[in-house]
Design a protein around this ligand. Structure first.
Ligand code: PAF
Length: 307
């Protein structure tokens, strides 16, 4: 595994590979690898010629300096994991290299950045969009892989890629969960054993939302109330938000007649966890066959997240 720390060296390497028609699969990360990261790396490896993993704790996406300071870092273990998975290039730039003092350019995705985490973490998605844009330009991937646990992040990146005509295909992969259902997150290692046990209330609350919906409930307020009431049974859980929103626009809904997202952010001690599930109404009976539209019915889909 090659380790590259200099952005220009990374870009030069990517250009050389591209000239030889070697396809790069990029997995952007902030390190503290867990099995969710490993599944993205394995997929990137299997679907491309070269797997590049970026490891960069991006200060621009932390609105709270204390949160940035506490963010888990474990470089030695990460190197070991990346090597064992067969990652070809680990790109580990410094903050000074990614954000030189004279940098003046930022990427801001407007509407989908505003609800949910956006309103509570000002500047967070501007930081995410800016660093992902830089990583795309430095690694020139054919495909880039992201976990759907950070659903709003996926929507923001899909919107940015569409608006700015970024070339990589975006591959959004299902949330990887612990055996007890807790979504894997680098932040989980910071939970005390009691908080870790308490955090299982999150997947249970989301399962309840799915069960209510499967039983025919389509009123988002009713589902939101059920989720909140379930979370309230766990005294260690401090709810930041529970929302049921349109899965594409992330805006509030009055009825779940199209795919909806139940999203939550909950604190356990000083650890903030997010999770979500999608509620997808069954498709109505198929319409009679459409007239043959020739070539235009063949336009490929660029991503697997509604955009
Ligand atoms: O999901 C993450 O780990 C980060 O937000 C990302 C996409 C690597 C950007 O810093």
């Amino acid at each position: 595994m090659k380790i590259i720390r200099e952005p220009h060296e990374m870009q030069q390497t990517a250009l050389t590979l591209r000239d030889k028609a070697i396809r790069i699969g990029l997995v952007p990360t902030m390190g503290a690898f867990h099995d969710g990261h490993v599944s993205l790396m394995r997929r990137a490896k299997s679907e491309n010629d070269v797997c590049v993993v970026s490891l960069f704790v991006n200060p621009l996406q932390f609105n709270d300096p204390a949160d940035l300071a506490r963010y888990p870092r474990n470089e030695a273990a990460d190197l070991e994991i990346a090597r064992s998975v067969g990652v070809d290039i680990l790109f580990m730039p410094s903050v000074a290299a990614m954000y030189p003092p004279d940098a003046q350019t930022f990427v801001e995705v407007t509407r989908v950045s505003q609800p949910l985490c956006g309103g509570r973490r000002p500047g967070h998605f501007r930081g995410v969009a800016t660093v992902v844009a830089k990583l795309f330009m430095l690694t020139l991937p054919r495909r880039a892989y992201f976990g759907l646990k950070d659903y709003q992040q996926c929507r923001v990146i899909a919107q940015m890629a569409r608006d700015l005509y970024f070339p990589p295909d975006l591959v959004f992969c299902p949330t990887v969960r612990e055996p007890d259902g807790l979504a894997m997150s680098s932040r989980n290692v910071r939970l005390t054993p009691e908080e870790r046990r308490a955090a299982t209330v999150l997947p249970r609350a989301l399962e309840l939302a799915q069960a209510c919906f499967a039983a025919g409930e389509t009123n988002p307020t009713v589902i939101q109330t059920q989720v909140r009431e379930h979370l309230a049974t766990e005294p260690r859980a401090r709810v930041e938000y529970v929302e049921v929103v349109n899965a594409q626009t992330l805006e509030p809904l009055t009825e779940i007649a199209e795919p909806a997202l139940v999203a939550l952010a909950v604190w356990f001690g000083d650890v903030r966890l997010i999770d979500s599930v999608m509620l997808t109404p069954p498709k109505p009976n198929p319409a009679p066959p459409a007239p043959d539209l020739g070539d235009i019915s063949d336009i490929p889909h660029r991503t697997n997240v509604p955009s």
